[in-house]
Structure formats: C-alpha cells, structure tokens
Write a protein that binds this ligand. Sequence first.
Ligand SMILES: O=C(O)CCC(=O)C(=O)O
Ligand SMILES: [Fe+2]
Length: 198
Amino acid sequence: MFDLFDDIPKPDIAWHPDWIDADAACDLMGALIAEVAWQQDTMTTPGGRVPLPRLTAWQGEPDAVYVYSGIRNVPQPWTPAVAQLRERAEAACDARFNSVLLNRYRSGLDSMGWHADKERELGPEPVIASVSLGATRTFEFRHARTHATHTLALTHGSLLVMRGRTQREWVHRVPKEPGARGERINLTFRWVDASKRK
Ligand SMILES: O=C(O)CCC(=O)C(=O)O
Ligand SMILES: [Fe+2]
C-alpha cells in the first residue's frame, strides 16, 4: 500500500534501552564519578573562550590521538570500569573500539550542541556505541538536508549504536532541559585511526 511516510529518512541506529540493569548501572555511575579524571574544557566562541557546558574526559590506546576543536587530544589510559564497559560494548556491537569520549552533564543546564562525529580519523561510516547512565536526557537527530528530526529519550543503562551513514547525513545534540533532575554520564566508544587524519 502507498505509505505517506516511506520517504521520511531514519538514522541507521540500534537501540537497547535496558542494556545494563538499573542497579548495575548505578554502581557503574558511582565508579565512573570516582575513577575518571573529569576536566572542565573550554571552547572558542565569537565572544572569546568559555567553559564547555559539561565535564569531559577522553580515554583510550596511546595511539588513538584525535584533533577536536583544534586541540590534539592524547587519551588518558583506560580506567577499570571503562575498560570493562568497552569489552561489553565491543561484544554488543561486533566492532572494535580504541577510545572513548566521556561526557558528564552535571544538571539539566549542561548540554551538547548540534554536531556530527565525522572527524576524518573516525572513517566514513563509523560505528559509535553510546552508553547512558543517570538522568534521562533527550537526544535529537536532525537530517542535514530535509531537517527531519528523530528523538530518543536516553535512559539509565541504555545503549544507542550509531552506524552506517548516520554521521554523514544527520547531526545530533543533547539540548538543555531545565526540568531534568540530577546528573548524567554518557560514554561514546569509537575507533580512531590517526593515520586517516590527512
Ligand atoms: O551525551 C550524549 O548522549 C551525546 C554525546 C555525543 O554526541 C558525543 O559524545 O559525541
Ligand atoms: Fe556526538
């Protein structure tokens, strides 16, 4: 039958809302708060350098260097809970990951703006495994050409896998949500090939 919605694009994703059970996810969040070297980075804006609206950390293999906002990021070594989670994510995605970006949203006022993870060192069709812990936050995709949107509530213990053409065709963000209560941690596991940079 003719379907009016056939032409609406959908990002290439896999969604596992109950990937880690709630108690284990709470323990994991506590371990990450304690063991990760959280940093307050800055970004350049027309008005000068301002603090990022979240805390961050970057862990991985020593050769998984990547350049982000003009900064050369050498990863910190894997910490125990992150290393364990990497193995689980690799098994779930049937992919290898040599690095992870960790983001800590201290409240509903922390956020991440529209972007695609399409640095050259990630390759043309990266598999990115995104694990969420703590407060549920809205995750929005926007199609680059049509501006179609696709929204998910990233819940405690969930796994979102982005793959295929998702980074090429869509941007995504975590908007501010003043009503969201409590902290959230997100980890995006990636494969970085530094030789692809140039
Ligand atoms: O916090 C999130 O769910 C998104 C994180 C993200 O897009 C990224 O690390 O590139
Ligand atoms: Fe992203």
